[in-house]
Every structure is written in structure tokens, then in C-alpha cells.
Ligand binder design. Structure first.
Ligand code: ADP
Ligand code: MG
Length: 331
């Protein structure tokens, strides 16, 4: 197998958490209600993601693991109307090049069929198909990634300890749980449950579940739209008691995509103004939904850039929305 190909794959797949991210996004794109993640050996021995989404048809399974195959975009103009998280069609193929990947799936279309083994699976190692078979499964998909980076020793050397790699996955899961409160997430690391959400659909409840917070007194809900119904700002704002010393508890989504963008964080913090002690940062989760054509979300591996049309207007609206909610709150 071509070294250049493996290096290219390494750009998408930097560490176990990047594999988990891609697999979660595929599960979300497939309309899953429940997503379960299991890790062993810091994700290098095994990563498994189980979803109850619409699955992959038998005839499309192999195709889905080849480079640049996506079922999510048909024409270039579609990019402006993109609602799915994936569209480049390279994640599965890239992961399969640097690991042993087994995908077991059953498409929702077969739900009524009375076959004995209505699921199908394939195993790829180093990008090559090595085995396939059938197995019973409810509709949905299970992706198991074993021996990550077995053929990229240079990448293995850059892996940090299990605590660090597991920590990256946990942080990632917290973000997705907050981004998709209607989805039940669980994370099992070496047989221990590190995270579990109920999928209630309530952001405030999810926040409380993740950080084990008392519900009502410390969190304010926010839900604001502009007069033209152009953008929608909603989420949950921690009060001053929950002030943090770093910015890692500011979780921000633009059109459902997690972003870490300084000018947006600062706009939110200006909304808190005098409410927080000097040098302290809020704990909050905020969604900003704008028409897709107004966001330029160029997401490179390891780098997040977001540009918004009418940026000044939106920044001012964010600050104002946060301020008005906090001024109403009793604390
Ligand atoms: P992309 O997400 O950019 O389309 P991927 O390589 O991540 O590319 O996935 C390739 C294709 O495999 C997807 O377009 C989708 O059709 C299918 N696929 C992958 N994972 C799942 C899943 N969990 N459920 C249903 N389909 C999936
Ligand atoms: Mg994808």
C-alpha cells in the first residue's frame, strides 16, 4: 500500500478521538437516536460505535469504505444547502487504511423482512477487503476499529498516555451530547461508563447530567430569534456560581457544528460583563443557527474557522441576548 496514501489518511485520522468524531458524525447523519461508544486500550486496541440509524444497504457497504464515496452530496451546488455533517466521503476510507475495520450494518429498508440473518458485515485491513459475512442485527450500524495505526508506527509514537487519549474522547462526547440533547449517548472506556445522557431533548437537563449540577438555580435558558426570523440563538447559561478559570466550558455550535471561535466566545463573555469575577469565564452551551449560505465553515483537520455574513450584527445580537437573559435572572 502506498505510503503517500497512508500519510494522507493520517491527516484525517490524527488520534483515536478523531476516529470517534468521524464515526459519531456518520451515526448522526444516519438519523440515530442512540449512539454508544466503547473504547479499549485508549482506542488503539479497539473503538466501537454502535448506532440505531438507517443503516447501509448490503450493495453499498463496500463502496462506502472506498475513497471519496459519499451518499450525501450529488452536485457541487449542494454545498450551499448542506445539512449533514459529512460530505467529503473520505473518513471511512481513511480510517480503514490505518486500522482493521469491521462494519456490520442493517438498513432500515429491510426492517420488515423475515430473513434469518438480516445484517451484513465486511472487514478491511490496511484498506483491503479481507472478509465478509452475514449476521443478525436490528437496523443500524456497528463500526469496530481494531489496531489503529498498526501500519503507521510514526503516528503511534505521537500517542500520549491512555489518560490523555481517553480524555480527548470524553471531551468530544460531552460536546456532542450538548449539541444533540435528543440523542442518548454513552461512553464506555475499558468497561467503565464515563458518560451517559438520557436523550431527553432538554439542553439544561443534559448539561446537568454531564456536569452533575443542580438543575434550576444555576442555569438560565436562552432562546432568541431576530425579527426577520433569520437567526436563532438558544442554549443554557450557567450563572456566576459556575464561573470557571478557563474557556473550556464554553460550548458553542454554529448550525449544529461545534466550533471554537474566539470572536464568538468574546461576544458571549461581553454579555456576562460585570457578572463574573475578573479572569473568570462562564459555563454555557449556546447554539447559533443561521441560514447555511451565510456560514463559511471551513473545517480543516485540527483547525476550525467560521466566517459569518453580517458578522457584526450577529456578534452584537449574541452579546445582547446573553445580557438580557442574565439581567432577568435572580442570581
Ligand atoms: P461522508 O460522511 O463524508 O459521506 P464517510 O466516509 O464518513 O463519508 O462515510 C461514507 C458513506 O458511508 C456515507 O456517505 C454513508 O452513506 C455511509 N455511512 C457511514 N457510516 C454510516 C452509518 N453509521 N450509518 C449509515 N450510513 C453510514
Ligand atoms: Mg462521515
Amino acid at each position: 500500500q502506498d505510503v503517500a496514501e497512508r500519510i494522507a489518511a493520517g491527516e484525517v485520522v490524527e488520534r483515536p478521538a478523531s476516529v470517534v468524531k468521524e464515526l459519531i458524525e456518520n451515526a448522526l447523519d444516519a438519523g440515530a437516536h442512540e449512539i454508544r461508544i466503547e473504547l479499549r486500550g485508549a482506542g488503539l486496541r479497539m473503538i466501537r460505535v454502535i448506532d440505531d440509524g438507517y443503516g447501509i444497504l448490503e450493495g453499498e457497504l463496500e463502496e462506502a469504505c472506498l475513497h471519496h464515496t459519499t451518499s450525501k452530496i450529488s452536485a457541487f451546488e449542494d454545498l450551499d444547502h448542506l445539512r449533514t455533517l459529512g460530505f467529503r466521503g473520505e473518513a471511512l476510507a481513511s480510517i480503514a487504511k490505518v486500522a482493521e475495520v469491521t462494519i456490520l450494518s442493517r438498513a432500515i429498508e429491510t426492517a420488515g423482512q423475515e430473513e434469518e440473518q438480516p445484517g451484513h458485515w465486511i472487514t478491511l485491513r490496511g484498506g483491503e477487503l479481507i472478509q465478509r459475512g452475514r449476521r443478525a442485527r436490528l437496523p443500524g450500524t456497528t463500526v469496530t476499529v481494531n489496531d489503529l495505526f498498526y501500519n503507521v508506527p510514526a503516528r503511534l509514537k505521537f500517542m500520549r498516555g491512555a489518560r490523555t487519549e481517553n480524555g480527548h474522547v470524553l471531551q468530544l462526547l460531552q460536546r456532542y451530547a450538548l449539541g444533540y440533547p435528543a440523542i442518548r449517548f454513552s461512553l464506555l472506556v475499558d468497561e467503565r461508563t464515563l458518560l451517559q445522557t438520557s436523550g431527553s431533548g432538554e439542553l439544561v437537563l443534559t448539561l446537568a447530567e454531564l456536569y452533575r449540577l443542580p438543575l434550576t438555580e444555576m442555569i438560565e435558558e436562552i432562546d432568541v430569534r431576530d425579527a426577520e426570523g433569520h437567526y436563532h440563538i438558544y442554549g443554557a447559561l450557567g450563572n456566576r456560581v459556575l464561573a470557571q478559570s478557563g474557556r473550556q466550558y464554553i460550548t458553542l455550535f454554529v448550525n449544529g457544528r461545534w466550533v471554537q471561535v474566539r470572536f464568538l466566545q468574546e461576544a458571549l463573555e461581553r454579555g456576562y460583563r460585570t457578572l463574573l469575577p475578573r479572569g473568570k469565564h462562564p459555563l454555557l452551551v449556546l447554539h447559533l443557527d443561521v441560514p447555511p449560505a451565510e456560514v463559511d465553515a471551513n473545517v480543516h483537520p485540527g483547525k476550525i474557522e467560521v466566517r459569518l455574513a453580517e458578522e457584526d450584527k450577529i456578534v452584537a445580537a449574541l452579546t445582547q441576548a446573553v445580557r438580557s437573559v442574565l439581567e432577568r435572572s435572580p442570581a
